[in-house]
Design a protein around this ligand. Sequence first.
Ligand code: FE2
Length: 162
Amino acid sequence: MDKQKVIVEMKQVYKDRPQGIEHTLRVLNNAEVIMAEENLSDQDQELIAIAAILHDIGIPRALEKYGSSKSTFQEQEGGVIARSILEKLGYDSDKTDRVCYIVGNHHTKSKIDGLDFQIIWEADLLVNLENMEISKTPQKLEGYIKENFKTQGGLKLIKKEF
Ligand SMILES: [Fe+2]
């Protein structure tokens, strides 16, 4: 499936929140850099790109419904919205399930159960770390990186940026 179609849908959901589009495209770019270092099939790369494009798709609705983008709200809303977008675009149903699992758990480290999810975790964290206090404390940051980054590509990016 053409990832541009998914990007068009994401931009529609985020039409009033341009910063969300910018964040998402940065996460997608990180995921693509990390993927390039892994031995992944074209189909897996496509799935990971789609998961990156949709990972935060639940935020606008979580804010609308609950006035909060708390992880549990955006994960719950995100899984549902991601499914409706991918069904509309006719994406494979098993792969849709996998994308929705990742989107619906993307802030829950204990749910990481595969390289695809791990890449999304690292790609998102690379952007979010810029606003996290921990990035300003070198000793703490080192331990945090060890706990959260496993891929060669992710480790290279984090060393370059922090
Ligand atoms: Fe994110």
